[in-house]
Design a protein around this ligand. Structure first.
Ligand code: ADP
Length: 189
């Protein structure tokens, strides 16, 4: 059976960790556009080289490229067996509208949009810590602040977009990993 969930939240909200746990338990595939772009960069594809410059500034890769990647990924899945957790997508209203159209074509409606809510200052601190541990080239303070601004300007409007479709469920993202996970499970029942 299809199951499509969007997982939203500001950069550093801890979506990645929670997404992995949710996918394992619910037999979903995590579709992270950030991971897909980083994989291109690692393989040295033309798209990867261009995307890296944009990611390192904390800006967004063009909607056409992102929607194309998601379309390719979803269209490989057998009808009726689309089980995905979208992580880091959609990030703009244009992406959300393109996703609506794509899902209408695939006859695979969204089940829920989960919003992980966190305190912005806390999140910046977490990202700075991750920068030290993982050394991701887009985890430095200037880029982190810019990603937050981009989120507030371009992605936060999707909260109202999905609220108006009655799809949005909010979960408190502050606290221990297990506590947050329990809240997400609750939000999905
Ligand atoms: P984070 O959630 O920590 O910001 P992601 O891995 O989701 O990290 O994204 C890293 C970068 O990849 C973003 O800052 C952006 O440049 C690019 N990116 C990822 N997903 C998208 C998307 N849906 N639209 C545009 N750019 C994206």
């Amino acid at each position: 059976m299809n199951e499509l969930i969007i997982f939203m939240g500001p950069p550093g909200a801890g979506k990645g960790t929670q997404a992995k746990m949710l996918c394992k338990e619910r037999n979903l595939v995590q579709l992270s556009t950030g991971d897909m772009l980083r994989s291109h960069t690692k393989r040295g594809t033309e798209l990867g080289i261009e995307a890296k410059k944009i990611m390192d500034r904390g800006e967004l890769v063009s909607d056409d490229i992102i929607v194309g990647m998601v379309r390719d990924e979803l269209s490989q899945k057998p009808a009726g067996e689309i089980r995905v957790l979208f992580d880091g997508f959609p990030r703009t209203t244009a992406q959300a509208e393109a996703l609506d159209q794509l899902l209408a074509e695939l006859n695979a409606p969204l089940r829920t949009v989960l919003l992980l809510e966190v305190n912005e200052e806390e999140v910046v601190q977490r990202l700075l810590k991750r920068a030290e541990l993982e050394g991701r080239s887009d985890d430095n303070e200037a880029t982190i602040r810019n990603r937050m601004e981009v989120y507030n300007k371009q992605t936060a409007p999707l909260i109202a977009y999905y609220e108006s479709k009655n799809l949005l469920v909010k979960a408190n993202g502050m606290g221990a990993i297990d506590e947050i996970y329990a809240r997400l499970q609750e939000a999905l029942t």
